[in-house]
Unconditional design. Structure first.
Length: 149
C-alpha cells in the first residue's frame, strides 16, 4: 500500500460539480492499494500517518503531528500509484489491487485514522472521476510504502 501525504492548508474533492469531501489544515492523502496488500498494510500506514511529525512547532521545526495540531484528513483512492513505467511510455497498472480487494482496505484505512483520533477524515469516491483542489503548505510531501515500514 502506498500513500502520498501532502501537508495542506485546505483540500477538497469535487465529483460531478459537487463537493464530496474536504479538509482544512492537515493532510491530503493519495492512497494506492496494490495487489497482495492486506489489513496489516493498512494498519502499518494508519499507525504512522497521524503521528508523522511534519507540522512546525513554535521554533519552526517540523516537530508536531497531525494529531498535535488537531488536523483533518482527506483520503483519495489513487490506483495510479501502482503504475509500472519500466517498459514503453504507457504505464501499466496491473499491480493495482482489483476493486473487490482495494475498496475494503481503503475503507479500513480511513476507519483506522478515525479511531486514531483524527478530528475529521473525509474521502473521495473510489473509482470516480474526481477533481482535487488543494493548497499545499510548505510544500511538504511525504511518500510512504507499507512494505518499507
Amino acid at each position: 500500500m502506498k500513500a502520498v501525504i501532502q501537508r495542506v492548508n485546505y483540500a477538497k474533492c469535487i465529483i460531478d460539480g459537487n463537493l464530496k469531501g474536504e479538509c482544512k489544515k492537515g493532510f491530503m492523502i493519495l492512497l494506492g492499494v496494490l495487489e497482495g496488500d492486506t489489513a496489516e498494510d493498512a494498519e502499518k500506514l494508519a499507525k504512522k500517518v497521524p503521528v508523522l511529525r511534519i507540522f512546525e512547532d513554535e521554533n519552526g521545526k517540523m516537530n508536531r503531528s497531525c494529531l498535535d495540531v488537531d488536523g483533518e484528513m482527506l483520503v483519495i483512492s489513487q490506483f495510479t500509484l501502482a503504475a509500472d513505467c519500466k517498459h514503453g511510455r504507457r504505464p501499466s497498472f496491473t499491480d493495482a489491487a482489483p476493486p473487490s480487494e482495494a475498496i475494503p482496505l481503503y475503507e479500513y484505512f480511513t476507519k483506522l485514522l478515525k479511531e486514531a483520533g483524527v478530528k475529521s477524515v473525509q474521502t473521495g469516491e473510489f473509482g470516480a472521476d474526481m477533481q482535487i483542489e488543494l493548497v499545499n503548505d510548505g510544500p511538504v510531501t511525504i511518500i510512504l510504502d507499507s512494505k518499507e515500514l
